[in-house]
Design a protein around this ligand. Structure first.
Ligand SMILES: *Cc1c(COP(=O)(O)O)cnc(C)c1O
Length: 379
């Protein structure tokens, strides 16, 4: 099945009892049993729920994976992956991660004796010196949030496979429409489904996709035993959101390209981050592993102080100043104080998250209105 068909149909059949075309919201915590253990595969909704199961099968199909699991947030999904590890284990990850992932690794799991190496992932072989017999997981994000660095997934996967280390890719920024890490050798794909998958800024959710049956069993055990699973109402919203994922992503990419090109010519713009530019340091890798370049763009204004940047971020009329990304509406964000506020200043500045950086999540409004808004705000 092709992507658009999977987005609309995967995991979903007309309801067997009524023929309802849309998956019903099974708003129930528990299921009747004939005698103890004699049930229809559903016992208690923390572990299994039919609405969530339809969504999980759809998640798996979108990433060309065998199994999918839905979590109550992207960080809930990340937390489950980390619980595969034991004290003494080591993780290699990027130095330019989503702030919440960094916070979880350094302030939760580091306290349980897991060691993290935050390194420059711009070349796959950079991970080699950090691999030893305690290394259990490589965690990558590409494109990175918010400086749009690109990691060569296939290159990293070749190394992790040869060293028997798990590779998990946070695919939130690209969405499965633009990039499928499982096809490039990843063991687990993670999403904040809050973003492009849900797509309407109305739900918080996470996802994991994997092929290996044993790994699925382990992750399902963690999911059920620790309980960060979403309810049927939210599962329904994401199922519905995904039905237009391909149409939305096409529009995000088209608008994103036009906004990036507009900013490139703007005399006030200093740094500009978007993987579609030919002079992006890893453009060739982006071109190889992504189908298009998406609607996430970050920039700095020449000579802007923190105060100037705050003022600019409040001048937009169509772009809304808010956390999050990937919804139909355009958002603007100040990473240093918002999404990446939990990363120490020296660390974030080292990777380009300076006080004057702003990040756009280009939505799918009319491009003329978006460009006009940028023009008036930057004037
Ligand atoms: C938002 C985000 C997360 C966290 O997901 P939540 O749904 O907010 O818990 C993880 N990674 C990236 C890249 C994100 O943008």
């Amino acid at each position: 099945m092709k992507f658009a068909t999977k987005a609309i149909h995967a995991g979903q059949e007309p309801d067997p009892t009524t023929g309802a075309v849309m998956t019903p919201i099974y708003q129930t915590s528990t299921y009747a049993q004939k005698s103890p253990g004699d049930n229809k595969g559903y016992e208690y909704s923390r572990g299994t729920n039919p609405t969530r199961k339809a969504l999980e099968d759809c998640f798996a199909a979108l990433e060309n994976a065998k199994h999918g699991l839905a979590f109550s947030s992207g960080l809930g999904a990340t937390d489950a992956v980390m619980k595969l590890l034991l004290p003494g284990d080591e993780v290699i990850t990027g130095d330019d991660l989503y702030g919440g992932s960094y916070r979880m690794f350094t302030r939760i799991f580091a306290n349980f004796g897991i060691r993290f190496h935050f390194i420059d992932m711009s070349a796959p072989e950079n991970i080699l010196p950090y691999i030893n017999d305690k290394t259990k997981l490589v965690w990558i994000e590409t494109p990175t949030n918010p400086t749009m660095k690109i990691v060569d997934i296939e290159g990293v996967a070749k190394i992790t496979k040869s060293k028997n280390v798990l590779l998990c890719v946070d695919n939130t920024f690209a969405s499965p429409y633009l990039q499928n890490p499982m096809d490039l050798g990843a063991d687990i794909v993670m999403h904040s489904a809050t973003k492009y998958l849900g797509g309407h800024s109305d739900v918080v959710m996470g996802a994991l996709m994997m092929n290996d049956d044993e790994l699925y069993k382990k992750l399902w055990f963690i999911y059920n035993a620790t309980g960060a699973t979403p309810g049927p109402q939210d599962s329904f919203l994401v199922l519905r959101g995904i039905k237009t994922l391909h149409l939305r992503m096409k529009a995000h990419c088209e608008n994103g390209r036009k906004v990036a090109e507009y900013l490139k010519k703007h005399p006030k713009i200093d740094k500009l981050y978007w993987p579609g530019f030919e002079d992006h340091p890893n453009h060739a890798v982006a071109k190889k592993q992504m189908r298009d370049f998406g609607g996430m763009i970050s920039f700095t204004v020449k000579g802007a102080t923190l105060e100037d940047t705050f003022k600019l971020s409040s001048r937009f009329k169509v772009f809304t100043l808010a956390e999050s990304l990937g919804g139909v509406e355009s958002l603007i964000n100040h990473p240093a104080t918002m999404t990446h506020g939990s990363i120490p200043k020296e660390l974030r500045e080292k990777v380009g998250v300076v006080d004057s950086l702003l990040r756009l999540s280009v939505g799918i409004e009319d491009i003329d209105d978006l460009l006009e808004d940028l023009e008036q705000a930057l004037a």
